[in-house]
Design a protein around this ligand. Structure first.
Ligand SMILES: Nc1nc2c(ncn2[C@@H]2O[C@H](COP(=O)(O)OP(=O)(O)OP(=O)(O)O)[C@@H](O)[C@H]2O)c(=O)[nH]1
Ligand SMILES: [Mg+2]
Length: 148
């Protein structure tokens, strides 16, 4: 999906060219200054191939949830539906992220389809590219707006 690449881009402004296939949780923190206040956000980046069940207790504790799929793969959005069917969620704000929008010619999920999915699940929707940096600032701003 590009979760680790996206987080890297959000937090450092750079994108690691070769992220490793991940098992377990990767933590990253970000400090943001906004109108005189300082915020610290701790991200939990969960490996996509892991059994999601083992993260249930963590997911319940999150202040905000990001669901990342890749716009060049319709099965990646199906996977999010499967997760939503299984995982008990709290009332924290949720953002659906359609990543890899730089792959214009390989696109399988339209903006409209993803927006409908987001509305259905009470999520905000945003499209990004961790590769070229599209909308990363917008995503950071949205996250902060929803948290404060
Ligand atoms: N074209 C394109 N490739 C991307 C983008 N973001 C990530 N990638 C590539 O997609 C592959 C997977 O990226 P990761 O960041 O490891 O994805 P992940 O969701 O963290 O994967 P797991 O941790 O294994 O679940 C890598 O080869 C990345 O370079 C993007 O926006 N555009
Ligand atoms: Mg990863």
């Amino acid at each position: 999906m590009g979760k680790t690449s996206l987080l890297e881009r959000m937090v450092t402004g750079e994108c690691d060219e070769k992220p490793k296939m991940m098992i377990g949780v990767n933590f990253k923190h970000q400090e943001i200054e906004q109108v005189g206040s300082r915020f610290k956000i701790l991200y939990y980046d969960v490996g996509g191939n892991d059994h999601i069940t083992k993260y249930y207790p963590f997911i319940q504790e999150m202040s905000l949830l990001l669901f990342v799929f890749k716009v060049d793969s319709s099965s990646s959005l199906d996977f999010i539906q499967k997760v939503l069917d299984k995982v008990p969620l709290n009332n924290s704000p949720k953002i659906l992220v359609g990543n890899k929008i730089d792959l214009v010619n390989q696109r399988e999920i339209s903006t409209e389809t993803a927006e409908k999915f987001a509305v259905k699940h009470n999520m905000k929707y945003i499209e990004t590219s961790a590769k070229d940096g599209s909308n990363i600032n917008k995503l950071n701003t949205l996250i902060l707006d929803l948290l404060i």
